[in-house]
Write a protein that binds this ligand. Structure first.
Ligand code: HEM
Length: 150
């Protein structure tokens, strides 16, 4: 299936990057919301954070993670991931990071649900530190995708 996207390849790649930006915007924002939500537990403000988190998940995070995966897989098949093309070590490494980042997404959504039940189990300091995870993941993923070092 190598090259199956034909002339659409660059359009698909542009769409991939657009949805990557949306997904990352959501992944930078949600952990910030979690910090504020946890601080607001037991006050009327907590319900407002719950609503903001639900909106962010429904409008940004959910649709964009789906689009990034779909378009990314289309690109990966286009450059020969399924045909055993050589020189795709960077893509395998990138996929490992993206799977980890998707797991992080799941953790953050799960934590938002926990907070909605009034249960915050992570210390405020650790929650803030966890909020930096997407930034580090993006550095590795973009270097792998653009520089393709191996
Ligand atoms: C979800 C699974 C993902 C898959 C399967 C995937 C796969 C791919 C593939 C195959 C390409 C095309 C490379 C080429 O044709 O040269 C690409 C491009 C790119 N991807 Fe992804 N990707 C995924 C997620 C991400 C994420 C999360 C980011 C950033 C955080 C990202 C950033 C980029 C960038 C910046 C490019 C453009 C590279 C270039 O043209 O130089 N991708 N991706």
């Amino acid at each position: 299936m190598t090259g199956w996207l034909g002339n659409a390849y660059l359009w698909v790649k542009a769409a991939h990057i657009i949805f990557v930006i949306f997904w990352m915007a959501g992944l930078f924002l949600l952990p910030r919301y979690l910090v504020h939500h946890q601080e607001a537990l037991g006050t009327p403000e907590a319900a407002a954070w719950e609503r903001r988190e639900a909106l962010l998940r429904r409008m940004i995070l959910g649709p964009s993670i789906g689009a990034v995966w779909l378009l990314g897989i289309a690109l990966a098949v286009n450059i020969g991931l399924l045909d055993g093309q050589p020189g795709l070590g960077w893509l395998h490494a990138k996929l490992l990071f993206v799977v980890a980042l998707s797991g992080y997404h799941g953790w953050a959504v799960g934590y938002a649900k926990k907070l909605a039940r009034g249960q915050g189990s992570t210390s405020p300091r650790n929650l803030r530190l966890l909020g930096e995870v997407p930034a580090f993941a993006v550095i590795f993923i973009v270097v792998l995708a653009v520089v393709k070092p191996f």
